[in-house]
Write a protein that binds this ligand. Structure first.
Ligand SMILES: *Cc1c(COP(=O)(O)O)cnc(C)c1O
Length: 396
């Protein structure tokens, strides 16, 4: 069907009205001819299934990038979190510590296993796990006789947790780390790649992430047994015999060979895409440097992949609120979003215990994520920066 039959074109009711500008999105997929050629090649190869040479190659390439020995390509980051948690023994009667400031998938994956989530609040400067608070929480859980299966730190908006401080806390408590690096592909901490810090790490290739397969994820680990276990669970826990033999319940979580091909093309462009996001971050930083009461989240982290540039506004000093800028940009058809609404405020997780300081709630109130996609054209970037500048100028 011709879409023009159903959808009136903008301004068609009044031909003399100026046409509305195209919306600028937060982090749209950045795909082009390279992805197209890889996808067509995979399609023509005949491997149209959730296995094949593109999946194998994509796994090797992501493992290399993450500095891990193994990688398991999966249908989503959420699936990778789920299987990683199962691989670490999460289940009924056990506890998993997760940040309250995260995307819901981190917590959902815990609930899928039957384990009980416990929330931990964040540091105001980065939005990442508050490490001293985590240490105290792990002591408290141990004293209460809780059996903690894992801690799942999230590398918020592509800035790694300070693993130099977090790793000894978890090791001291005897609790393995599953790194939720869904947003952090290409980021580093102390020169080491995101994804490599826990017993296993998880990436997402959702459409809005730093690279995309439209939907997909990956579990990376140095632990060969854990990788084998996750791969086995992702293919319906099928036993290696000719007939279909299953001794336990599995999942259908493998990544399509076609989508892995798209991921390989994206990976080839990752460094250029990171450079573009970093450049956008620097331009925002320059613009806000002279605005009182505004800071960038994780601004001082040189290893951040700059997935989403996020400002934090102190309304008392700035004289305006994050929501005011959001409204101003909205009228110019520029998308912004608040920082994640904390999980302890979500009706789905009402009553879930946690160590809550209020830091995540303040970031939710005062934070704003800005258009950060590597595919933003210069014209779009200029529109956003001009709109921010005019907002600030009116309040200077
Ligand atoms: C995107 C994201 C996920 C989930 O990834 P999907 O591929 O969408 O399932 C998990 N955790 C965090 C922090 C994310 O941002």
């Amino acid at each position: 069907m011709d879409l023009s039959e159903r959808v009136p074109s903008p301004g068609s009711a009044n031909p003399s009205a100026p046409s509305r500008p195209e919306p600028v999105l937060l982090s749209p997929p950045d795909v082009g001819p390279l992805e197209e050629s890889y996808l067509i090649r995979a399609l023509r190869s005949g491997w149209v299934a959730p296995l094949g040479p593109e999946v194998d190659a994509f796994e090797r390439e992501v493992a290399t990038r993450a500095g891990t020995a193994h990688a398991v390509a999966l249908s989503s980051g959420t699936a990778a979190l789920h299987l990683g948690l199962l691989g670490l023994g999460a289940g009924p009667g056990r506890t998993v510590v997760v940040p309250t400031l995260t995307f819901v998938a981190t917590v959902n994956a815990v609930v899928y296993t039957g384990a009980e989530p416990v929330f931990v609040d964040c540091e105001p400067g980065t939005g990442n796990v508050d490490v001293p608070l985590l240490a105290a929480l792990l002591d408290e859980l141990r004293a209460a006789g809780r059996d903690v299966a894992a801690v799942v730190p999230v590398d918020m908006f592509g800035a790694c947790v300070d693993y130099t401080r977090l790793a000894p806390v978890c090791a001291g408590a005897g609790v393995p780390v599953l790194e939720d690096a869904a947003e952090a592909l290409g980021a580093t901490h102390d020169g080491r790649p995101a994804g490599s810090f826990g017993r296993a790490g998880v990436f997402s290739f959702n459409g809005n992430k730093i690279i995309t397969t439209s939907g997909g994820g990956m579990l990376v680990t140095d632990d060969g047994d854990l990788a084998d276990r996750c791969r086995y669970l992702s293919t319906q826990a099928r036993q290696p015999v000719p007939h279909y033999e299953h001794t336990e319940v599995g999942y259908n979580y493998r990544l399509s060979n076609l989508l892995a091909a798209v991921g390989r093309a994206q990976l080839r462009r990752l460094d250029r895409m990171l450079a573009r996001r970093r450049e956008l971050r620097e331009r925002y930083a320059k613009l806000f440097a002279t605005a009182p009461g505004v800071r960038l989240l994780a601004e001082s982290d040189p290893g951040a992949n700059c997935w989403l540039t996020t400002i934090v506004v102190d309304p008392a000093t700035a004289g305006w609120q994050a929501a005011d800028l959001a409204a101003h940009l909205g009228t110019a058809r520029i998308e912004t979003r608040p920082v994640w609404k904390p999980m302890h405020l979500q009706p789905a997780f009402a009553g879930t215990p946690g160590a809550i300081t209020g830091a995540a709630e303040r970031l939710f109130a005062d934070g704003l994520t800005l258009p950060s996609g590597s595919g933003l054209t210069e014209a779009q970037a200029g529109r956003v920066l001009d709109a921010v500048a005019s907002f600030l100028a009116a309040r200077a």
